[in-house]
Ligand binder design. Sequence first.
Ligand code: GLN
Ligand code: ZN
Length: 763
Amino acid sequence: MARFHNLGFPRIGAKRELKFALESYWKGQSSREALKAVGVEQRKINWALQSKLDLSPVGDFAFYDQVLDMSFTLGNLPTRVQGFHGDALDNYFRVARGRSAQGAEEHAACCGGVAAGEMTKWFDTNYHYIVPEFKADTAFKLDASRLVEQLAEASAQGVKAKPVIIGPVTYLALGKAKDESDKLALLDRLLPVYVELLARLADAGVEWVQIDEPILVTELEAGWDAAFTKAYRALNTGKVKLLLATYFGQLQGNLPLVASLPVQGVHLDAINARAEVDALIAALPAQSVISLGVINGRNIWKTDLNAVLEWLEPLARQLGDRLWVAPSCSLLHVPVDLDSEQKLDGEIKSWLSYAKQKLGELAVLASALNQGRDAVQAELAANAAAIAARRNSPRVNNPTVKAAIAKLDARLGRRKSPYAVRAAKQSALLKLPAFPTTTIGSFPQTSEIRHARSEFKAGRLDAAGYKAAMQAEIARCVKEQEALDLDVFVHGEAERNDMVEYFGEQLEGYAFSQFGWVQSYGSRCVKPPILFGDISRPKAMTVEWIKYAQSLTTKPMKGMLTGPVTILNWSFVRDDQPRSVSCYQLALAIREEVLDLEKAGISVIQIDEAALREGLPLRKAQWQEYLDWAVESFRITANGVADETQVHTHMCYSEFNDIIKSIADMDADVITIETSRSDMELLDAFKSFEYPNEIGPGVYDIHSPNIPNQEYMVKLMKLAAERVPAERLWVNPDCGLKTRQWSEVLPALTNMVQAAKALRAAS
Ligand code: GLN
Ligand code: ZN
């Protein structure tokens, strides 16, 4: 009989209970005991939802982050928080969130300033983990208390527990050697702690341990494959059985390595790596368990259960007890419960499945495989009907959009003249000074703005009242920019709740959930819009606002749009067509908006691609293919305009080394980027590539409340001018200002404009 299990469940809660409990505790509004009780309760709820499974994950719950949990389990605390004499949970939050200095010297370890651990993206998801820190002399020491306590809770609840831990090689690979030492050299010190941990789990009555090694779906650097062999020889003590879990991609060249490791089972992401299933079965020892992730843990669509069964039934006959079935990865990356959704369109809702519903799908597969399809005939028929309804729905399929995609042509993405010709025409029209100044789009989203929007959404403020409130805010932004004497203005984005949602709400083919929250980091969640159908733009989305803003000034007003790649990367997208096709559809829709802005007399248009880089696939070998369609999508969006129209793009990071050629291929007239924290060193990529167009390297770190002074910004711009010819430099902040206060923004921008004027005077 096949066995059914799960790799991990969202811990944030169906109504984000954990988020609110954490934030209340951090603000000092509730006790540690109350927070811990919410943790206990949430675990209980999650296990109850998984009670039909043969094995449920234990240890997947984290108050902040599962990688940080593992660091604490391994006793790998940054030196700066060692010796803390308060509660362990508080120390954990100090690493997670940092702490500003307060109190006296002797309290340096407990209430002095502590820098937060660095945070970075968990593989190609939008989840961020706290990066483990290493030094040549890092020592490890087991603290199994978290897992042992949770196992006791699980056992009291009658849960068939399978502890989940991050494997030693992935743990090392994800961390950072703060002293540039060789992380791999720590493996010998790390393995005994893992051996001890497994022994403790065995003592607690555990049979199987899920040991996550997702690094196996990436290209391993030299020496790391040998580390796997060494590690798993050491961990194969016979005390517990190990299920080595890989997910998010294919094993490719690592498949023989995986098959050679002395573990009792392997989990493969059969959504991404279905093509490798047969090869893996053939390569694994005859006793080995093979766990197949057949339900997508990364999207919100119902699984086509009948199709999965067609494929699984012969495998079940072949493998018998050796077959395990699960979601492709932890369900952490999907929202919790579709049943919470009250406002979602019923038809679209019938196509969806959140974490709880995905467990339901798993249960149906279990019955069908182990008792025969007849046992769940009604469920399978309902599933088949939902799958067919989605496939054939006229709301998914728009023949006009499909025809436009079929006619895509490289000419759509090409400007009429090369940059040098355009630059001359734009300069004649815009008459900008040297070192022109601008901002990235948003101005502070004040509580008045948010209040007006919530009143409008609740129906207490009518459309005319809302429009008037937003126009007043735009007028205020324009007036402030006049007073600051900036060169290229923005309208301030008051009317936008979010740079993706704002556009998604106005495009056909998008749906919005109320409770589709997914943890991004700590207590922060995102609610990605759902791209379900062919995309079209029924009417202009931004033109009225921008025209209004332009009517208030003679300075050029930037039209402000979010680019197709960013909209795609920050949405749940269709699984019934390639990402590239959805992206091209978005590109055509936003292109219409660009052309409408141009027609309305707007001469500078910015198309943000904040998330272009984060869409890079896990494997470098697939980067070029992604970059090709992503860049082409941007070009289709942007490049239909006349030579005189200046196209800007913006990206919120500055690691361009790997992608600089693609950035240049986008051919935006101006790119603004985030650089202020890097002393402009990150412009080196632009220098060595001889990037041909204009660049605005950020000189004002908008993530910090600090107000940069004029000298500092002049210094940064001089460093920039060592790398990019001064005549192609702009002066601007790192990113939008929506999270800042006016009281911070005004002095900072005053200094920024003064810096630009000083540079002009000196040149
Ligand atoms: N135009 C957007 C803003 O200023 C850009 C935000 C971003 O890059 N994340 O808010
Ligand atoms: Zn940005």
